[in-house]
Design a protein around this ligand. Sequence first.
Ligand SMILES: C[S@@+](CC[C@H](N)C(=O)[O-])C[C@H]1O[C@@H](n2cnc3c(N)ncnc32)[C@H](O)[C@@H]1O
Length: 171
Amino acid sequence: MDDPLAGLAEKLSGPRSSKVSGHEATRPARALKSLGSVLDKETRAIMNFEASVKRRYSAAAQASELALCCPVEYDRRYIDGIPAEVIEKDYGCGNPSAYIAPGETVLDLGSGAGKICFIAAQVVGPKGRVIGVDMTDEMLAVARRSAPIVGERLGYLNVEFRKGADPGSGA
Ligand SMILES: C[S@@+](CC[C@H](N)C(=O)[O-])C[C@H]1O[C@@H](n2cnc3c(N)ncnc32)[C@H](O)[C@@H]1O
């Protein structure tokens, strides 16, 4: 892959044969090169971070982990129709469903096993729509196999799950 910073650095350093520009002209080029390596380090750090988040949630999608859970109160009405597996693998830390209304379209970034999406599906109702996005395959698998079960219980299916991640994550 082309490195845009290296390309820019070469342009700034001017023609290689030029003796006039000499030392001064290469200074911005050197600065850009070192900026490039710092950015590279940052990108690698972000990618490592994302990989460990993925590993953590991948394991937690396969076996319930109590330590990952924050106690949150949900309206019992919305929980009853959600498969037990989703509730067991729910690691949510808040209740954004309190801020949505019937007919709305909801996007849940980091939807995990889908609990909030399944609650939202009931709040927005058959005229609304819910899209859950997650980067962890194992979480998506739990959410996707639960969606038709919730749909059947509700009498409508208005929720879908897509794979996605922050573009910088390398996921
Ligand atoms: C706490 S769980 C989600 C809980 C869910 N929102 C709920 O309340 O039911 C966090 C989820 O975010 C996902 N995640 C974390 N960082 C992400 C990223 N950069 N892109 C996509 N998904 C991400 C993880 O895979 C994990 O499944």
